[in-house]
Design a binder for this molecule. Structure first.
Ligand code: ZN
Length: 157
């Protein structure tokens, strides 16, 4: 029977909660299970580490400190940008936008100054996951070449 190890494709149902508030920040409930290629930086580090050795049908619950999740918040990642830099887009607080260096969140807009935050929304947070392993299989050569899982729950192309 296969277990989750480097270069396997794992399909999982998961629910992520913030342990302090109990808020669910992400879940695969109501969707296809998530499929990912293990050992290729597709997932946050602790998520994979905690699932190594798990078999199909197994459930695991674990808590990840920020360093094994989305990292600590970096104060310098909060920046002020002139509104004119946004072109046709009217930035509003709460928006997530894309830039050349990755996604960022709009924190506030005052006059012509937009405060943005390049930290991941979950940076600095301790996260709790409850995971059920739906399937485990070895990756195909093509998946290893691409660095991601194909098929339902993975990349379709
Ligand atoms: Zn691919």
């Amino acid at each position: 029977m296969s277990i989750i190890e480097e270069n396997s494709v794992a399909s999982v149902h998961y629910t992520g909660t913030l342990p302090e508030s109990g808020e669910v920040f992400d879940t695969s409930e109501g969707r296809d299970p998530l499929a990912f290629l293990v050992g290729h930086q597709q997932m946050i580090p602790g998520f994979e580490q905690e699932l190594i050795g798990a078999a199909k049908g197994e459930r695991r619950t674990f808590t990840l400190e920020p360093e094994r999740a989305y990292g600590e918040r970096i104060p310098e990642a909060v920046q002020q940008i002139p509104a004119g830099m946004f072109g046709d887009i009217a930035p509003e607080p709460g928006m997530t936008l894309m830039s050349d260096v990755g996604p960022f969140n709009v924190v506030s807009v005052e006059d012509d100054v937009v405060t943005v935050d390049f930290n991941h929304k979950l940076a600095g947070q301790t996260l709790q996951f409850s995971v059920e392993v739906v399937d485990v299989r070895p990756a195909t050569d093509e998946e290893l070449e691409h660095g991601h899982a194909h098929g339902p729950g993975g990349v379709n192309h």
